[in-house]
Design a protein around this ligand. Structure first.
Ligand code: SF4
Length: 460
C-alpha cells in the first residue's frame, strides 16, 4: 500500500510537508463565491489552477462547478495579467451574464505582483462593468494559509463591498458561516427559522451545490445569498460568526463598516457547540428556545447515554480544518472518547490554545499541531507509535485507515469516494446524532467483521 513505508520515528521538520492536511487558498475563495446568488468565481492565474480548483469542488459536491480564468500564458506571467483580466471581465459579462464576478488571485499572479484592486478599479473606470453588475476581488496566494483562509478572504471581500448602513435598523441577524456542506447551511437556516429568528446567511451554498435534477441546466441555480440580502446585512441587529478562521475577518470588517456588533462562536458541531449556537441565536434574536429544539437536544443526549459503553476510552485521530475539528474534538471528549492525535494544515496561533483548553484536563496525553508541518504523515507516524480505535477526516485518511486496519469516518473536505455528505447535515443536534451514528457504524462494523464467531452479537 501507498503508506506502508511510513515509520514511527518522528523527526522535527521545518521545511518539508508530506501529505498536507489542507488544500490551496483559491479552492476556498471559489466555494465562498458559489454561495452568492448569480456569482461567477474567477481565477486570476493559469488555466491549470482554475481546472484544479473546479475539479476539487466538483469531485466533492458531484455537481458541475462553474468558474472562469484569466488564462495566463508565458506573456502574462512575464508582463503581468492586467490585459487578461480586463478582457476576461468584458467576455464574462457579455457571454455568461453573472450579477457578480468574484475574482481571486493565485500563486502566480501574486508572485508577479498583480494588484487586483487596481485592475478592478481600472475596469470600472474604463466602463467595462455594466450598470448594476459588480466585480469584487480577494487576495488568495496559496503559498500561505489554506483553503480556509481563501474562504475567509473572499467572505471578507463580500462584506466589505455589499452591506450598507441606512437609518432603518432591521430586525434580523447575520449568520456568517464557516466552511460547511450545503446541507449544513440549510440546517442552520432551519434552526434559525424554528427559533423564529429572521436571518441572512452568508454564504449559502444550499440549492447551488445540491440542486435537484430538473432536466434543464442553470448556470446560476436558485440558491445563494442575494445581493439585496447582502446589502441589508449592514442594517442587521447583530452578526453571529461561526468559525473563527473562516468568518472572524468578515465579522470585524462588517462591524467596522456598518457598526453591526458580532459574536464569534464555533461552527455548531456536537452538543456544546450547538448549545452555544442556540444561546447566541436566542440572545441575538431576543427569543426563547422553542420546545422542538429542546426535544432535538434531548434525543441527542438520550442516544449518547444509551451508547456510552461503546465510546468510553476509545482513542481517536482527527485531521481537518480548525473551525470544524475543534468543536468535533470537544464533542468526542463529551462522548468520553479520547481524541489523542489532532492535526490541521491551516495555520493560526489560536489553535493550540483552544485545543489545550478542550484536552488538557480530560485527555492530557493528546498530541496536536497545526500549520504546514502538521501533515498527515505526522499523524500516521503518531498512529504507528501507538494505534487508535478510530480515524476521522477527509477522504485522504483512507490510506492510513487501510494500512492500520482502523475504522474510518469521513468528515471534512474533500470527500471524493463516498456520497451523502452534501445531503445530510452534521451541524446542530440532528447533525450530532448523525456524527454519533457514523462513529458507531464504523466501530461496530470492525467488531462484526473481526471478532471471533462465538462473539458475534446481533444486538448492540
Ligand atoms: S497551489 Fe498555487 S499554483 Fe497550485 S493550484 Fe493552487 S493557486 Fe495554483
Amino acid at each position: 500500500m501507498l503508506l506502508r513505508h511510513t515509520t514511527d520515528k518522528v523527526k522535527e521538520r521545518n521545511a518539508l510537508t508530506v501529505n498536507p492536511a489542507k488544500t490551496c487558498q483559491p479552492v476556498g475563495a471559489m466555494y465562498a463565491a458559489l454561495g452568492v446568488h448569480g456569482c461567477l468565481p474567477h481565477s486570476h492565474g493559469s488555466q491549470g489552477c482554475c481546472s484544479y480548483h473546479r475539479s476539487a469542488l466538483t469531485r466533492h459536491y458531484k455537481e458541475p462547478v462553474m468558474a472562469s480564468t484569466s488564462s495566463f500564458t508565458e506573456g502574462a506571467s512575464v508582463f503581468g495579467g492586467q490585459a487578461n483580466l480586463l478582457t476576461a471581465i468584458d467576455n464574462i459579462f457579455q457571454i455568461y451574464e453573472p450579477e457578480i464576478i468574484a475574482v481571486h488571485s493565485t500563486c502566480l499572479s501574486e508572485t508577479i505582483g498583480d494588484d487586483l484592486g487596481q485592475i478592478v478599479a481600472k475596469a470600472g473606470d474604463d466602463g467595462r462593468i455594466p450598470a448594476g453588475k459588480h466585480v469584487i476581488q480577494a487576495p488568495t496566494p496559496s503559498y500561505v494559509g489554506s483553503h480556509v483562509t481563501g474562504y475567509a478572504n473572499m467572505l471578507e471581500a463580500f462584506v466589505k463591498y455589499f452591506p450598507e448602513k441606512t437609518d432603518e435598523k432591521k430586525r434580523q441577524v447575520n449568520l456568517l458561516s464557516g466552511w460547511v456542506e450545503p446541507s449544513d447551511m440549510r440546517e442552520l437556516r432551519r434552526i434559525a427559522g424554528q427559533m423564529k429568528v429572521k436571518s441572512v446567511l452568508l454564504p449559502d451554498t444550499s440549492d447551488v451545490l445540491d440542486t435537484p435534477m430538473t432536466g434543464s441546466y442553470s448556470m446560476y441555480p436558485k440558491g445563494g445569498t442575494t445581493i439585496a440580502e447582502m446589502v441589508s446585512m449592514g442594517d442587521s441587529m447583530s452578526t453571529i460568526a461561526m468559525g473563527e478562521w473562516a468568518t472572524q475577518k468578515a465579522a470585524i470588517a462588517l462591524d467596522n463598516k456598518c457598526k453591526v456588533p458580532f459574536e464569534s462562536i464555533d461552527i455548531p458541531v456536537g452538543l456544546r457547540a450547538t448549545d452555544r449556537f442556540i444561546q447566541a441565536l436566542s440572545k441575538a434574536g431576543k427569543v426563547s428556545v422553542p420546545e422542538e429544539i429542546t426535544a432535538e437536544r434531548g434525543r441527542l443526549v438520550d442516544m449518547i447515554t444509551d451508547m456510552h459503553q461503546y465510546f468510553y476510552g476509545k482513542r481517536v485521530a482527527v485531521f481537518g480544518d480548525p473551525d470544524n475539528i475543534l468543536p468535533l474534538i470537544e464533542f468526542l471528549v463529551d462522548l468520553d472518547m479520547k481524541p489523542v492525535y489532532i492535526v490541521s494544515g491551516t495555520p493560526g496561533k489560536a489553535f493550540t490554545k483552544k485545543a489545550e483548553a478542550i484536552l488538557s484536563e480530560r485527555v492530557p496525553e493528546a498530541k496536536f499541531k497545526n500549520g504546514p508541518q502538521a501533515d498527515m504523515f505526522l499523524m500516521h507516524q503518531w498512529i504507528k507509535e501507538e494505534g487508535v480505535d478510530l480515524i476521522i477526516g477527509n477522504t485522504y485518511g483512507k490510506y492510513i485507515a487501510r494500512d492500520e486496519q482502523t475504522p474510518f469516518v469521513r468528515m471534512g473536505f474533500p470527500i471524493l469516494d463516498r456520497q451523502g455528505h452534501n445531503y445530510f447535515p452534521t451541524v446542530g443536534y440532528m447533525g450530532a446524532i448523525r456524527i454519533v451514528e457514523k462513529i458507531l457504524d464504523a466501530m461496530m462494523d470492525k467488531i462484526d467483521a473481526t471478532c471471533p464467531e462465538e462473539k458475534v452479537e446481533l444486538q448492540m
